[in-house]
Design a protein around this ligand. Structure first.
Ligand SMILES: Cc1ncc(C[n+]2csc(CCOP(=O)(O)OP(=O)(O)O)c2C)c(N)n1
Ligand SMILES: [Mg+2]
Length: 315
């Protein structure tokens, strides 16, 4: 990765971090009805993975964080409006953060349940293979979600059909309050790839270059018709499962901040001379302005009228 790519990732990660912190503040203050599963600690990994994609590739995501949408160009105001139940959201304020959907930007969202995206990704992969060869779909999901039956049936079919699907597991060691080793029989989620005859790759999710390279190889493989790859990035969930989680179950709740990859990337950029005090101050000011503009836009937007709840329903 070039320094310019790393700097872009740093800027977007910082924007995501500040934006999410503001959303959490609003949710805790009761200013918005929605909630957030913060992506803090996982943003750099998510952004490095997306950097290996083209703009016309598709993504499906789970529920943790908003970096995916910001990276694909969804406005902060549209994301916040979805969480706040306001007009102006990508889903007209109905979906919360889990259902930010922006098809022109390649964001296909998530199904109603975690792990539903595996099955959807197979359908998308079949459509791409037939109608849009050369394009790929990535499903970002968590370690806990990999225990759904949908994981196994989908990876089997995607592998058999050599679909252009990439399965990207963000293993943060937790599914709500359940540590991965309590729920999962294998050491690495990526070990399961062997069961489907596809490559399984473990990467350090705190290292953007390692994530980018693993993703780049998976994308090349998928684009050229060789089929799926399962990537597992080991990441750190810095905050609770969701906004109000007290994390009483978590032994490292007070020490986990030391594992934050964002200050480490900042230091690396300083060491390379890419970042300076002046530039950092400019970036921070720009981030603060963008976040506040989005908050003010959404505060001024109307709440959805109740009858809208019955619109756009399909059965
Ligand atoms: C099918 C299904 N089962 C359970 C839940 C409730 N649930 C929401 S988040 C979550 C944990 C997910 O853990 P993981 O996949 O590791 O993602 P993380 O939250 O760690 O990012 C659970 C069990 C759900 N939404 N859908
Ligand atoms: Mg998890």
């Amino acid at each position: 990765m070039t320094q310019s790519m790393l700097l872009d990732i740093f800027k977007t990660a910082l924007l995501t971090r500040r934006f999410e912190a503001r959303i959490i503040q609003m949710a805790m203050a009761g200013e918005i009805p929605g909630t957030l599963h913060a992506g803090a600690g996982q943003e750099i990994c998510q952004l490095a993975a997306i950097a290996a994609l083209q703009k016309d590739d598709y993504i499906l995501y789970g529920h943790r964080g908003v970096a995916y949408m910001i990276a694909r160009g969804v406005s902060l105001a549209a994301i916040l409006a979805d969480i706040a139940g306001k007009e102006g959201g990508t889903n007209r304020g109905k979906g919360g953060v889990m259902h930010v959907v922006d098809v022109p930007r390649g964001i296909l969202g998530e199904s109603g349940t975690l792990g539903g995206g595996f099955v959807i990704s197979v359908g998308v992969g079949m459509a791409l293979k037939r109608k849009m060869p050369g394009r790929v779909v990535v499903y970002f999901f968590g370690d806990g979600t990999s225990n759904r039956g949908t994981f196994h049936e989908s990876l089997n079919w995607a592998a058999l059909q050599k679909l252009p699907c990439i399965y990207f597991c963000e293993n943060n060691g937790w599914a709500v309050s359940v540590p991965t080793h309590v729920s999962t029989a294998v050491q690495n989620i990526a070990d399961r790839a062997a069961g489907y005859g596809i490559p399984g790759v473990v990467v350090d999710g705190n290292d953007p270059t390692a994530v980018y390279e693993a993703m780049h190889a998976a994308v090349e493989r998928a684009r050229t018709g060789l089929g799926p790859t399962l990537i597992e990035a080991k990441v750190t969930r810095l905050l609770g499962h969701y906004v109000a989680d007290q994390q009483t179950y978590r032994p490292d709740a007070h020490t986990v901040a030391a594992k934050d990859p964002l200050p480490k990337l900042q230091q690396a950029l300083f060491a390379a001379g890419t970042l300076t005090d002046t530039l950092l101050a400019q970036i921070e000011a720009d981030v603060a302005r963008q976040v506040e503009e989005a908050v003010q836009t959404v505060k001024a937007a109307p709440l959805l009228p109740p009858e809208v709840a019955l619109q756009d329903l399909y059965a």
